[in-house]
Each structure stands twice: as structure tokens, then as C-alpha cells.
Design a protein around this ligand. Structure first.
Ligand code: ADP
Ligand code: MG
Length: 214
């Protein structure tokens, strides 16, 4: 696959929704350790609203599709993750523009714009124990793989592997952002729930693009 079109992106969104619904209890369990036990419910509710919105048909352009996802998440999910994931998809759509498909560099640039949106909104930095710690290495790995000549499928797989490593690396961290930061040192020893859902986000992207698993 030389480019990712709206059908592939809609498949990604649908796979992400199915995966967060399937892993809902696990995500909630992670959030019960260092938060308020709603991350699985938040993500499942948001993505179910997205799937209802997209049931009418896949929009013709990438920005229309991703902005619909973002706006639906912002309006249907309370808590930190709704506005953060919503902003991610909105900014990704704005960066992509009114085009029918994205080539590798355009996909990478759109994902980076989404990441930048999360940072603009939540001010997370590396090591704060948030979704940033899975997403930033994933976007970096995508860029590096494409720069090295990898196919989009292989590059998204490299991004997914980096997101999983980033998720696992949140385990010993002390949270400095969000609800988990209220726990201070006691937040160490648990995976960050948002980093876990972000690893799912990149795993499902790789699966939709043809890079395997999920
Ligand atoms: P809430 O914390 O409001 O209950 P969720 O449980 O749905 O919302 O989401 C919690 C996740 O949101 C955390 O695990 C973390 O990854 C992410 N998060 C919280 N605050 C921030 C922030 N400022 N920047 C980036 N991610 C954040
Ligand atoms: Mg929570």
C-alpha cells in the first residue's frame, strides 16, 4: 500500500473502537490502580458514539473523517481522555486536509500534528506517565522508519512496537500529569491507562495498514 485512503482510516477507527471495547475492563483496571476507574468506559463510550456517527457512510476526505471522530470524542467523553484524544483526531484531520488519501510522509505529519495537539492541550512531557509516553516514541519511530525507506505497513508496525515499549516504560514512572499525579510516589508500579490505549491506537493502525497484529 503506497497511500492510506479514507477506507483504510475508517477501518483503523473501527478496529480501535472494537479493541477498546474488548479491552475495556483491562483499561478500567489500570485506571482503578492510579485514577478513577473509568478509562475503559470512557474510551468504549466515545468510540461507540464514533461508530454510530460513521454508520451513515465513510466521508470522502481524510479531514472530514478525522474531524468527525475528534468532535464526537470531545462531545461524548468526559474526563481527560475525551478532549485529549478528540484534539488528537481534530488536529490530525486539520493537518491532513481535504484529500482522499495520505502517503507515508503525509500520514506521519498528520499523526505528529495530532501529538502536538495533545501537548498543546495537556502540556505533557516525556516521562510524565501519560499517553504522550507511548505516542511520542511511536510518531518518532514512524518518521525514522519512513526516512530509512520502509513501506507504510512496516513503518506503522515500527510505530506500534515503539508505542508498546513506551507503554511498558510507564510502569515505574511517578505520574506528573492528570489524576494519577495526585497519588505522587504511589503511582509508580502501574502502567498508565492512557499509554495503554495509545498502544492499542497504533497497533490497530498497523493492522489496518497491513503491518500485522491487532
Ligand atoms: P480521567 O483522568 O479524567 O479520569 P481517563 O481516565 O479517561 O480520564 O484518562 C486518563 C489518562 O489520560 C491518563 O492515563 C493519561 O494517559 C491521560 N492524561 C491525563 N492528563 C493528561 C495530560 N495532561 N496530558 C496527556 N495525557 C494525559
Ligand atoms: Mg479516569
Amino acid at each position: 500500500m503506497a497511500a492510506v485512503d479514507t477506507t483504510v482510516l475508517a477501518d483503523w477507527v473501527s478496529r480501535f473502537g472494537a479493541a477498546v471495547a474488548e479491552k475495556r475492563d483491562w483499561l478500567t483496571e489500570l485506571d482503578s490502580a492510579i485514577g478513577d476507574a473509568d478509562h475503559g468506559a470512557n474510551m468504549a463510550r466515545g468510540m461507540s458514539a464514533v461508530s454510530e456517527k460513521l454508520a451513515a457512510g465513510t466521508p470522502a476526505t481524510v479531514d472530514e473523517l478525522l474531524k468527525t471522530v475528534g468532535m464526537t470524542l470531545v462531545s461524548s467523553v468526559g474526563g481527560a481522555s475525551g478532549p485529549l484524544y478528540g484534539t488528537f483526531f481534530l488536529r490530525m484531520g486539520m493537518a491532513a486536509g481535504a484529500v482522499p488519501e495520505l502517503d507515508g510522509p503525509a500520514l506521519a505529519a498528520a499523526l505528529r500534528a495530532g501529538l502536538d495537539g495533545i501537548v498543546a492541550r495537556g502540556k505533557a512531557e516525556s516521562g510524565d506517565k501519560t499517553m504522550f509516553d507511548a505516542m511520542a516514541p511511536a510518531v518518532d519511530a514512524l518518521d525514522a522508519a519512513l526516512a530509512g525507506g520502509a513501506s507504510i505497513a512496516d513503518a506503522t508496525r515500527a510505530a506500534a512496537d515503539a508505542a508498546a515499549i513506551g507503554r511498558d516504560a510507564t510502569l515505574p514512572l511517578v505520574a506528573r500529569k492528570g489524576r494519577a499525579s495526585y497519588l505522587g510516589e504511589r503511582s509508580a508500579g502501574h502502567l498508565d491507562p492512557g499509554a495503554a490505549s495509545t498502544a492499542i491506537l497504533f497497533d490497530t493502525l498497523a493492522a489496518s495498514v497491513g503491518g500485522g497484529t491487532a
